[in-house]
Design a protein around this ligand. Structure first.
Ligand SMILES: CC(C)(COP(=O)(O)OP(=O)(O)OC[C@H]1O[C@@H](n2cnc3c(N)ncnc32)[C@H](O)[C@@H]1OP(=O)(O)O)[C@@H](O)C(=O)NCCC(=O)NCCS
Length: 210
């Protein structure tokens, strides 16, 4: 039987009682719907493409929910039974495509528009970090965000992330977009390693995790 950790936060305004928990296999349909909604409405904020993803019989996390492993999960924000926000976590992919199991990546952050500005995003990131640091191998959490995505950057900063300006540089050009890389402050000791992982690969690398 799957053990599910449930957290409740005091959201504002007070009438909101949002529950945060890891998604399980029975959440697959709701996950697919909200993920595709995020890609359709905010194509600029994610690397995956709606038209391509909707054709897939199963999205990456749908497979992960059906065949769970310890190293990846999706945290969900629930209003009653309705999934209103998601935040995914996977191992960092090095530029040669192999997972780096002591560095994790936050991906697929999304909160439905009517729930924004009420700390749902912040609580989702915090719960995701809490769960991620329970994975024994995880020492560092990393993410990428578009430089212009001010609300997302605000959330990540509030959750304890800071702009990563290590040896490999703080921003990466990808088409016409400028992406900002951020790391969770407590994980600084492995930053040098992250930089060397970036330098090993191509310019495009595997920064396809948004
Ligand atoms: C990013 C996102 C998840 C944030 O969710 P949320 O539930 O609104 O987040 P929170 O309520 O915790 O915090 C939002 C913060 O951004 C601030 N904010 C909103 N718009 C802003 C702007 N243009 N400039 C600066 N800050 C802004 C809010 O004031 C709030 O900060 P505060 O609590 O200090 O007032 C949500 O906006 C979203 O789903 N966006 C579309 C998808 C996306 O961009 N995902 C991130 C991919 S990296």
């Amino acid at each position: 039987m799957t053990h599910v950790n449930i957290r409740r936060f005091e959201d504002k305004p007070k009438f909101m009682n949002i529950l945060y928990r890891k998604l399980v296999s029975t959440d697959t349909k709701q996950y697919r719907d909200i993920r595709l909604e995020s890609l359709k409405l905010y194509p600029e904020n994610f690397d995956s493409n709606y038209e391509q993803q909707i054709k897939l019989p199963k999205l990456m996390f749908e497979q992960a929910l059906e065949q769970p492993t310890d190293d990846r999960f999706v945290m969900g924000a629930y209003d009653q039974q309705m999934l209103v926000g998601i935040c995914g976590f996977i191992p960092f992919l090095s530029n040669n495509g192999f997972p780096v199991y002591h560095i994790g990546t936050i991906i697929q952050m999304y909160v439905k528009s009517q729930y924004r500005g009420k700390k749902v995003g912040l609580n989702l990131v915090k719960s995701t970090m809490d769960e991620a640091f329970k994975i024994p191998s995880i020492q560092q959490i990393f993410l990428e965000v578009l430089e212009g995505n001010k609300s997302a950057i605000r959330v990540y900063e509030q959750a304890g992330f800071q702009t990563y300006d290590g040896e490999a540089g703080g921003v990466r050009m990808d088409s016409e977009e400028i992406k900002q890389m951020m790391v969770e402050k407590a994980g600084k000791p492995v930053l040098g390693e992250l930089a060397s992982l970036e330098e090993e690969g191509t310019e495009e690398g595997n920064f396809k995790n948004l």
